[in-house]
Design a protein around this ligand. Structure first.
Ligand code: MN
Length: 220
């Protein structure tokens, strides 16, 4: 009898432990967009948003949620996973989840069209002018071979730099803070621009909301 009670207690403890670890696994969510799926058209069409936001981005988050339970990454934020995970499926899906969050939440149908405040001054100081920054950034983004990202990044002190990354790369991997990330994977532009990446990049400037990018710089 006593033995049975002991087994019952152990079974209950085991179940309770499993429940506790399941609760500490963070569920990453697809963020709601602050605009409708057709709001960025014609520069970024509804169909592109349906696939890019609704399928590609969602798949990265779903994959991540399936991969992390029972790993050291279960309770971590996207940023923490991107810094800590070795190259591999968990890093790839966390990186892409974070990259797409920065990309989609950094655009608006009614954007602030230029940087302001401290970021505007830093861009002028670093690149000469906003126009020169855009030209250098576009050249970097155009030159990414295959799938990847172009980034405007900063360090803690506020020093800016343009970086390019392959695949799911993010400046956090080299201790920099991402401010602006442009997706140059073909899935981001092929429906609207076919192979014309340069035209996609030119039109992207009309969608960037510098109010959001200013805030990221001020929060760094
Ligand atoms: Mn993408």
């Amino acid at each position: 009898m006593k033995k049975h009670l002991l087994f019952a207690a152990l079974a209950w403890l085991g179940a309770a432990t499993l429940t506790a670890s399941a609760q500490t696994a963070r569920k990453h969510e697809l963020p709601k967009l602050p605009y409708t799926l057709d709001a960025l058209a014609p520069k970024m069409s509804r169909e592109t948003l349906e696939y890019h936001y609704g399928k590609h981005y969602k798949a990265y988050i779903d994959n991540l949620n399936a991969l992390i339970p029972g790993t050291p990454y279960a309770g971590l934020s996207l940023e923490e996973i991107v810094v800590k995970a070795p190259d591999g499926p968990i890093f790839n899906n966390a990186g892409q989840s974070l990259n797409h969050q920065l990309f989609f939440l950094g655009m608006s149908p009614e954007p602030q069209t230029q940087p302001g405040g401290a970021l505007a001054a830093a861009i002028d100081r670093t690149f000469g002018s906003f126009e020169q920054f855009k030209a250098q950034f576009a050249k970097a983004a155009t030159g990414v071979f295959g799938s990847g990202w172009a980034w405007l990044a900063t360090d803690k002190a506020g020093n800016l730099s343009i970086k390019t990354e392959a695949n799911a790369g993010n400046p956090l991997r080299s201790s920099l803070i991402p401010l602006l990330g442009l997706d140059v994977w073909e899935h981001s532009y092929y429906l609207d621009y076919r192979n014309r990446r340069a035209e996609y990049i030119t039109n992207y400037w009309d969608l960037v909301d510098w109010k959001v990018i200013d805030e990221r710089y001020d929060r760094r």
